[in-house]
Design a protein around this ligand. Structure first.
Ligand code: NAP
Length: 289
């Protein structure tokens, strides 16, 4: 391919499927990564309606699309249309990355490993640490399972405590680790935070446009705790501001977003992802809109 050409007859196609899809940051991130590595790849957004999902995957095979990311609302339903499911993705019950090897489509969940990488790149190993997870939805499941596998002690707090209990039950079943489950309220938060090394927000509290919301305020936090907010829009959430006020260390959801993308990139290309180029592109996209 000539260096000034974006697409040629040999270009490998990747993309993302979801509905809605217009908000996605993934094309900016992945096309920047392909460019940084000089790869003859392109990444496109595809709006796929719920009842078209099976046809979309048949299209992926027929058109020899190399890889897809899968986002809302397809992460769970996609499982019935693919050929192989990675063990962790099967446990989590959700897939966010597809790889097509000569018509055989495999599903992975890079959200889980992406979260872990965001900690490890800062030399924070959750093994043996106490981690409090706020929320018990899809992101909480991915994060709590990878943490349980890594050997962290878990406390799960959720507005609907039954869902926290369900998540803890799965952790005991799959990983043989006991996780505590409780209702998300100030009294439980106060008690949990006293013994918490890493606090992770997986609720949607604080997400744009409700940027004034936070699950925890500074008075409840302790200096030295790591506070990881999975919300990445805005980059600096109210929770992260409260954490800074309390002297806690902070990690933004953008790091998890970038790493889940980087791990997908590596599965599609077999090359190490240019993580810094992906982070720069994601931040640019977020701050431009
Ligand atoms: P989900 O399955 O819908 O779960 C939402 C969670 O938020 C549930 O635990 C829910 O509690 C809780 N919640 C919602 N509104 C609340 C409120 N007003 N007060 C207290 N709790 C509330 O969604 P998800 O897929 O897990 O995503 C959750 C968040 O994770 C989103 O903000 C998303 O941006 C973030 N995320 C980030 C990345 C990344 O790469 N950085 C990846 C995935 C997700 P109930 O069970 O009581 O309803």
């Amino acid at each position: 391919m000539k260096s000034d050409e974006l697409i040629s007859g040999t270009t490998t196609i990747c993309g993302v499927i979801g509905d809605p899809i217009a908000h996605t940051m993934s094309p900016s991130m992945h096309n920047a990564a392909f460019k940084a590595c000089g790869l003859d790849y392109i990444y496109l957004p595809f709006r796929v309606k719920k009842d078209e999902l099976g046809r979309a995957i048949a299209g992926m095979r027929a058109l020899n699309i190399r890889g897809l990311n899968v986002t809302i609302p397809h992460k769970v339903a996609i499982r019935q249309f693919i050929d192989k499911l990675d063990d962790m993705a099967e446990k989590i019950g959700a897939v966010n990355t597809l790889v097509n090897e000569n018509g055989i489509v495999s599903g992975y969940n890079t959200d889980a490993q992406g979260f872990l990488q965001a900690l490890l790149e800062r030399d924070i190993d959750p093994a043996g640490k106490t981690v409090s997870i706020l929320g018990a939805g899809g992101a909480a499941r991915a994060i709590s399972f990878i943490l349980a596998e890594r050997g962290a002690n878990l406390i799960i707090l959720n507005r609907t405590p039954e869902k926290a209990g369900e998540c803890a039950g799965r952790i005991a079943q799959y990983f043989g680790r006991e996780a505590r489950a409780m209702a998300l309220n100030n009294q439980n938060l106060k008690a949990a935070i006293k013994e918490t090394d890493i606090l992770v927000n997986t609720t949607s509290l604080g997400m744009s446009p409700d940027v004034q919301q936070t699950p925890v305020t500074a008075d409840l936090l302790q200096c030295g705790t790591v506070v990881f907010d999975t919300v990445y829009n805005p980059l600096q959430t109210r929770l992260l501001m409260e954490a800074e006020k309390a002297g806690a260390k902070t990690i933004s959801g953008i790091d998890m977003l970038v790493w889940q993308g980087a791990l997908a990139f590596e599965k599609w290309t077999g090359q190490q992802a240019p993580v810094d180029a992906m982070r720069t592109a994601a931040i640019k996209r977020l701050t431009e809109r």
